[in-house]
Ligand binder design. Sequence first.
Ligand SMILES: Nc1ncnc2c1ncn2[C@@H]1O[C@H](COP(=O)(O)OP(=O)(O)OP(=O)(O)O)[C@@H](O)[C@H]1O
Ligand SMILES: [Mg+2]
Length: 286
Amino acid sequence: MSERTPMIEMRSVSKHFGSVIALSDISMKVCSGEVMCLLGDNGAGKSTLIKTLSGVHSPSQGEMYLDGKPVHFKSPAYALDAGIATVFQDLAMIPLMSITRNFFMGREPTVGWGPFKRIDWKYADRVAKEEMAKIGIDVRDPSQAVGTLSGGERQCVAIARAVYFGAKVLILDEPTSALGVKQASVVLRYIAKAKADGLAVIFITHNVHHAYPVADAFTLLSRGGSLGTFRKADITREEVLNMMAGGAELESLDAELAEFQRSDTERKASRESAVSRKETSSASGK
Ligand SMILES: Nc1ncnc2c1ncn2[C@@H]1O[C@H](COP(=O)(O)OP(=O)(O)OP(=O)(O)O)[C@@H](O)[C@H]1O
Ligand SMILES: [Mg+2]
């Protein structure tokens, strides 16, 4: 597997914002048909990493390669044209606009020539409906506002759009964090489908139950640095969980909870003995 040319690769990438070092010497690669899960605490640099890959930030140092060729993106539009589609943490959608408009957003199909050129809404509506149906979401009316969809369905519009426009790399920044179990599973199933279609997927989540079933590998970030990449075969769900929450913190949390439990038990015991003392004294007073 390591012999294949990665679809997307970072070599020794750093990103500084003034004196803040948001990323330091990160190397990472994802092949087509693979899901890489990015883990790390709040502020570890996950969003900065994917923003660098998707042209929002340019790296302060290091190189990036798409399908083996070096790339420099001047803006997210360049990255998108090259085949890197990103669903950002703060989802870029316009709630009052229709599903179709959000699906095409700036790439509307047209009919006619010259001054008679206009957007082909009939065709656009049909494509949006068909593409959503492919992922199991039945849109009765594609002219309905995106704001009326559920959170999971909205994420799926963004992902379906990426796949429809021929993305090679799909990047998702916490797509399931605000979703219920059922909706999260719709998004996860779609990630699995994108992988089966041969996309390279980078997926950020804080939820081990979302990460573990779909990921092929995990990269752990801590304070802007990489603590390494682990293949799924080499790591258990518990180990991933420890890496996500920080093993040390979990241990101290365990100790605190045990302390709560101990003082609870003591309080309960003293309350019970007080009650029984009262009962005995009132019984003897009779
Ligand atoms: N535009 C910016 N200017 C200055 N500092 C920034 C900027 N963007 C990010 N940072 C800093 O870089 C660090 C990493 O932030 P980032 O958003 O990448 O973290 P994250 O891992 O995505 O966290 P979370 O899990 O909370 O989303 C933070 O300390 C943040 O304050
Ligand atoms: Mg983030």
